[in-house]
Each structure stands twice: as C-alpha cells, then as structure tokens.
Design a protein around this ligand. Structure first.
Ligand code: SF4
Length: 454
C-alpha cells in the first residue's frame, strides 16, 4: 500500500483541461495521491496549462515563480514538493520551461499524462523529466477509472472526452500542433465510461472534443460511427437524462447530427458552434473552410430540426487584415443568429501559427474598441434571449444548494443558472420549472405545479 500524499491540480483553460485534470487525479489515486484544494498542503502540484488564451505562457511562468517560493518554504520545513507542468503549454514549450523554471520537476504533454505517476517517481529519483511525445498508445487505455466517490464529489454533470486533436489548421490556432491529429475514442470505451458515471449518479454528460462533431470512432459493430450514432447509443444508458457536446466545427455539422437534435429528446437544444467572424474575407484568411452563408444555412437546418434550438459561438476580433467593414459583418451576424451567449477574444498571435506572420496586424487600440462593441452586441442578444425565457417552463437539472436558505440552483437546457425555492431532495434530479424573472446572469423560477404537487 502506498503512503498517502496530497496532490493539488490547478486547471487553466477549457473544459477539456478540466476533464484531463480529473483523469490525472484518478490516475494518481492508486499511487497514493489524494486531492487537496489547498496548494500549501500539496506534495505534488500539477499545473494543467492552456495555450489558447493570450499570454498563456507568461501566466505559466509567473505561476512557476510562485511554485518556487512554495517549494522553498516546504523545503525549509523538511518537506519535498514536486511540481509538474502538464497540458498544451507543456507540450509546446517543454524545453523552454525546463530551461527557465528550475522549480519544475516534471513536464508532461497532453497525450502522455497517463504516465504521470511513473514520471513523478522517476523525477524523485533522477531530477527533471520531460515527456512531450505523441505516444503510439492511447492514453485513455492506461488511465484509471474514477472511483464512485470521486464521481459524486464532482457533481451531477460530467464531461467525457471522446475526440482529441484537429486537422483543420485554422491559421490562428495552436491545437493541431499541441494536441496533434484528430483521433476518436472507440464507442465501447465511451459507453463504459458513461455507464460508470450514470451508476454513480451523474445525470448530464457533455461529450468533449476539440472538434467533437468530427467524431468518427470505432462503433460497436466495428464500423466508424459518427457523433450522432454515439449520442443515440448514449441516450439509452439508464440514468443519463441530458446529453451535450462541445466544441463543434460548422463544417462537421452533418445531416445525421442535425437529425439527432430532432430525434433525441435528451440531446439539449443548445449548441456551441464557433464562427469566429461574419466576414467571408476573414473566414478565408482564417482557413475556416466555410462561408458566412454556409454557417447561416447550418443554423437554419438546426432550427428546422428543433425550433427551440439556441446557439453560442466564439469570436475573434482584430484578426490580421480585419477592416471596419469586416468587423461590421461580424456584428450583423450576431444579430442575425441571435446568440444566447458567446465568448469573444482579441486576436493575439500564437508563435508558430501562420497568422502570427501575417503582415497586416491590427492595432491594439482598434482591437480593444471592436471587442467592446462586439461584447455589447453579444450581451444585448443574450439579454434578449434571457428575457424571452420568462413564462416558459423548462426542465432544470438541479446541481446544488443556492446562496440563500431553502434555495437550490440548477441549469436550464441552455445552461443558464436557474434559482428556485425547493427542497434539497431535488438536487441531482431534473424537474420542470416555470421561469418568473431574469437577472443579468440568472433565471428565477418556481417548480411547475405538477412537480410541486407530486
Ligand atoms: S477547428 Fe478549432 S481546434 Fe481546429 S484548428 Fe480550427 S480553431 Fe483550432
């Protein structure tokens, strides 16, 4: 039996990193590591890094400065602390981290973190280890499944990675370089993972992938299954009441997936499909491989399949060469789609991507001004969507107690937080709620009469 030690995992960036962090914790558990929320108590600190956001690398180095201080304080108290850097910055900048940050003991890429227990043990014997290979083995085959207690502690909604990597090579994006080529997990393994989660009380599953709707894993019949087929099979798993998937590429939103939104009641009517820009000129420079018209056509098909469908997106402002006219095309697209929500970012160059070397970079103050206008347009659309929810009755999946006594909080089909005065017994259940009021970021409601009486 391993002596018990504590691990603190700090996750940056997207939901895929959150999922990876959970799986790292599961994989470290048999090696004797239990999770702690207090970084000061940890014997092992893992920074699971993200390369998408601006200045990600600087953030990691400043975080590592803090790690050095923590490590030195622990050493003075006679305690050894191991620091590991994982994820996309580790993948892209592994050697640089090893050179610049002496506090780091382990550097592990996004495809190798199943080896974390062995790498930690190796670093304790031999000093710094770097593993940023794209190994031939599938890391998912080597990861420990989460224990039922760990699943329950993470709540009623869980992520499951089904696909990783990307072959699209958008000119601004590092993912094809840090996460590698597109690869899909076999359906049997995903089904087994979802069954385990559902048995432990999870009611909502979000399938994750950098390009999730390009999923083409081996199906139960030995053939390649598209995402729609996988979703249909997962909808049959007892206990699974809600299914979602993210992030999608507009080009891969194929007919079977659109039909799944019509045919599968448990598939939530809310899809995140990034468009990035409303200007065809920018879409071409971004190598998005779709036009504004293609995108709007896809939105139309989805709405025809499921009229209560809502959308969110990512937008980049100030991509190299973006003119005021291009930007206004993006603003008009936002109003045309009427997004329920969106993420927006100023373009920032990523080393090694084609856009970083484009000559016509946009001035920082222009980007800031456009971002401000873009966010105002997104907020206006989101507020309008939220206000149209008043008087509607939705199924809400209750997740936890609210801030006030007697209040519980759940999520609508559109991921809005919904606050209701109701018994704690509803936590972990889906119940119909009539929306009575909205605030800037929450809905308030009452249990629908049939539920309240039942
Ligand atoms: S499709 Fe998404 S993950 Fe792939 S290169 Fe483009 S932005 Fe990056």
């Amino acid at each position: 039996m391993n002596a018990e030690r504590k691990v603190h995992i700090k996750s940056f960036g997207c939901q895929m990193n959150v999922y990876d962090s959970h799986r790292m914790a599961d994989t470290l558990a048999p090696a004797g590591f239990i999770e702690t929320a207090r970084i000061e108590d940890a014997d092992l600190i893992v920074l699971n890094t993200c390369h998408i956001r601006e200045k990600a690398q600087e953030k990691v180095f400043s975080e590592l400065g803090r790690m050095r201080v923590l490590k030195e304080a622990a050493a003075r108290a006679g305690r050894r602390v191991t620091v590991a850097v994982a994820g996309c910055v580790a993948q892209a900048q592994g050697e640089e981290i090893a050179r610049r940050a002496p506090a780091v003991d382990v550097i592990v890429g996004a495809q190798s973190y199943h080896r974390l227990p062995a790498l930690v043990a190796r670093s304790e014997r031999n000093g710094v280890v770097v593993d940023t290979d794209f190994p031939v083995e599938d890391k998912f085959d080597y990861l420990e499944p989460p224990a039922p207690d760990a699943i329950r502690a993470r709540g009623v909604s869980a992520f499951v990675t089904v696909q990783e990597g990307c072959d699209k090579f958008c000119t601004f994006c590092v993912v094809p370089y840090t996460r590698g080529a597109e690869a899909s997990r076999p359906a049997a393994k995903i089904i087994a993972e979802v069954e385990r989660l559902a048995q432990a009380g999870v009611r909502e599953i979000t399938l994750l992938g950098q390009n999730v709707n390009a999923y083409h894993g081996r199906g139960l019949d030995g053939r390649s299954w598209p995402l729609a087929r996988l979703l249909a099979r997962l909808a049959e798993v007892p206990g699974v009441e809600r299914l979602r998937y993210t992030t999608s590429h507009p080009r891969d939103m194929e007919g079977s997936l659109i039909a799944a939104h019509r045919d599968l009641p448990s598939l939530m009517p809310y899809v995140h499909v990034p468009v990035q820009s409303g200007s065809d000129r920018m879409l071409e420079r971004m190598n998005r491989r779709h036009t504004r018209a293609d995108y709007l056509e896809m939105i139309g098909y989805l709405r025809a399949a499921r009229p209560d469908m809502a959308f969110s997106s990512d937008f980049i402002v100030g991509f190299p060469g973006e003119s005021e006219e291009d930007f206004e095309r993006t603003l008009s697209l936002i109003d045309e789609v009427g997004y329920a929500g969106a993420f927006s970012f100023k373009y920032s160059a990523r080393q090694g991507t084609p856009a970083a070397d484009m000559p016509d970079q946009v001035d920082e103050h222009v980007k800031s001004e456009r971002l401000h206008r873009l966010q105002a347009a997104i907020d206006r659309n989101a507020a309008s969507f939220n206000s149209r929810c008043v008087s509607r009755t939705f199924d809400v999946l209750f997740e936890k107690e609210g801030r006030y006594p007697g209040q519980i909080v759940g999520r609508s089909p559109y991921l809005q937080p919904v606050q209701v005065m109701a018994a704690k017994a509803f936590i972990g259940r889906v119940a119909a709620v009539t929306i009575t009021e909205v605030s800037s970021n929450s809905l308030f409601g009452v249990l629908a009469p049939s539920v309240a009486e039942g």
